[in-house]
Design a protein around this ligand. Structure first.
Ligand code: F6P
Length: 551
């Protein structure tokens, strides 16, 4: 498939949306609710028990129709089908994009270059799940014959964030006596703190790296290797390491046995890889049944994405709203606010997914983009965020579209905590939408006993403009299938935005320059070379100061 630059049809579709935005400026969100009692029914959608409510965003039926027109103008369905058909849509790396094959539990053929990838996918998944089960059951033990009680995942970016986020999210499905920890940062503090208190005889390392060359991961893996060798002897190393990679030669060179090597393929992008062998630590943590349910949740979303009409297609609507906010309303950031403590790492995972995919400055043809691309993604679990940055969300000068995520039921017994959590979640989106006028603020103060003059002086500080958009995702419980759905929804949302903007969501050249410069600077930092000639004055000055003060 050759991707087109922005066509006249896309330009016209954006112009129509711009006109719609101007027309909507005269109506506030509360007015839109007053005008249409069926607003919630019109702007919400269910997929299983998961409900998406975008009625608190500034859209009308006309907006939704124009957004769907935009998707059609950009040939979204054709581009989506090209991905599922295994075409090489990652043009700068000349690769297919087939993470959907990893959760294709139906086993129906998925072809790339005329070859069905499903037999290999299924076989590797079976190997991973069997390995996970063997660790869990104690059939697979360390060099001294002891059962493993801790799995340490070593990886970074997509080889860390997905599994780390999901392992935290699915803690209630973990196994008693088996902990999973994650090391990513090259900062020695991370691995030192992670290994503290662990028994080498009972620790299994899973080294995850698509390339098996990433310096952070290789440095941490080497440190872990030394730790095992020191604690148990060199010959124990092989029994305490597993590897996940596409680079089998490098894994071999590291000394990890063939039976403990699990592979995936170049058509799986790092940030889309949790569904593959990259999820090995998660598989060990939750076991084969729950991991399969996680895949099944994602598969359900894939089927929906492929078949539902655009106007009732959840990830398509998420992507279109993303463009509506970023490109038509010019909102530069987007907050992800899980009212679900175990989704604490979801914002971090989505930061990589969204910002590495959409943070691009050129189109697929290498031309400078003419529209803003991805927003800045950020967030923290509610209610913690309420006591930190929500002030800005409610009264700051930046409007930040928010995603709220909340479960109807908790895993814990007793409803007190959860009822409060849900009430806070609903209250926040309500407050963002409705706001509070000057008159309301003033009258509240007068009712509290303040004089009219005092009330009028203080009231401006208590005014909430409202009209701030948010989308709420409400699901039954954070179980493996629901988590799979949530993650896959966001993946396809990103696909939709990239397809319409005409950018490549699957490469990440923007991370390269820093890596190259770090490689050049390392000898200067380490003191292997002292010559600062040719460096810019700031970097040279910083290195000089470092040399003076380091102990
Ligand atoms: O530096 C960015 C990146 O390439 C990510 O895209 C990727 O998820 C991460 O590094 C880790 O790469 P690898 O799995 O090859 O170690």
């Amino acid at each position: 498939m050759t991707a087109a630059p922005e066509t006249d049809a896309v330009t016209r579709a954006f112009e129509a949306l711009e006109a719609n935005r101007r027309a909507l400026m005269v109506m506030s969100l509360p007015e839109l609710f007053e005008e249409d009692p069926r607003r919630f029914q019109k702007f919400s959608l269910k997929l299983g028990s998961l409900l998406m409510d975008w009625s608190k965003t500034r859209v009308t039926a006309t907006t939704m129709r124009l957004l769907v027109d935009l998707a059609r103008a950009a040939r979204l369905e054709e581009k989506r089908d090209a991905m599922f058909a295994g075409q090489r849509i990652n043009t700068t790396e000349d690769r297919a994009v087939l993470h959907v094959a990893l959760r294709n539990l139906s086993g129906a053929p998925i072809l790339t270059d005329g070859r069905d990838v499903m037999p290999e996918v299924a076989a590797e998944r079976e190997r991973c799940l069997a390995f996970a089960e063997a660790v869990r059951s104690g059939a697979l033990r360390g060099a001294t014959g002891k059962r493993f009680n801790t799995i340490v995942n070593i990886g970074i970016g997509g080889s860390d964030l997905g599994p780390a986020m999901a392992a935290e999210a699915l803690k209630p499905y973990g196994k008693r006596g088996l902990a999973v920890r994650f090391v990513s940062n090259v900062d020695g503090a991370h691995i030192a703190d992670t290994l503290k208190g662990l028994d080498p005889a009972r620790t299994l390392f899973v080294v995850v790296s698509k390339t098996f060359t990433t310096v952070e991961t290789m440095t941490n893996a080497q440190t872990a290797r030394n730790w095992i060798a020191q604690g148990l002897g060199e010959e124990a190393v092989g029994r305490h390491f597993a590897a996940v990679s596409t680079n089998l030669a490098a894994v071999n060179a590291f000394g990890i046995a063939e039976a403990s090597m699990f592979r995936f393929w170049d058509w799986v992008g790092g940030r889309y890889s949790v569904w593959s062998a990259v999820g090995l630590s998660l598989m060990i943590a939750v076991g084969p049944r729950h991991f399969t349910a996680f895949l099944a949740g994602a598969e359900r979303v894939d089927q929906h994405f492929r078949t539902a009409p655009l106007k009732r297609n959840m990830p398509v609507i998420m992507g279109l709203l993303g463009l509506w906010h970023r490109n038509v309303w010019s909102y530069a950031s987007h907050a992800v606010l899980p009212y679900d403590q175990r989704l604490a790492r979801l914002p971090a995972h989505l930061q990589q997914l969204d910002m590495e995919s959409l943070g691009k400055g050129v189109t697929l043809e290498g031309k400078a983009v003419t529209r803003p691309t991805g927003p800045i993604i950020w967030g923290e679990p509610g209610t913690n965020g309420q006591h930190a940055f929500f002030q800005l969300l409610h009264q700051g000068t930046e409007v930040v579209p928010c995603d709220f995520l909340v479960a109807a039921s908790p895993h814990e017994r007793g409803r007190k905590h959860h009822d409060l959590l849900v009430a806070n979640c609903l209250a926040q989106s309500q407050a963002l939408m409705k706001g509070r006028s000057f008159e309301e603020a003033r009258d509240q103060l007068i009712a509290k006993g303040l004089s009219k003059a005092e009330a009028e002086k203080l009231a401006p500080h208590r005014v909430f403009t409202g009209d701030r958009p948010s989308t709420t995702f409400l699901y039954r419980k954070l179980d493996p299938a629901t988590l799979g759905m949530i993650v896959a929804l966001y993946e396809h949302k990103v696909f939709v935005m990239a397809a319409i903007l005409g950018i490549n969501a699957f490469d990440q050249w923007g991370v390269e320059l820093g890596k190259e410069l770090a490689t050049r600077l390392e000898p200067l930092v380490a003191g292997k070379t002292m010559d600062l000639a040719g460096l810019d004055a700031s970097t040279a000055g910083l290195l000089e100061h470092l040399r003076r003060i380091r102990v």
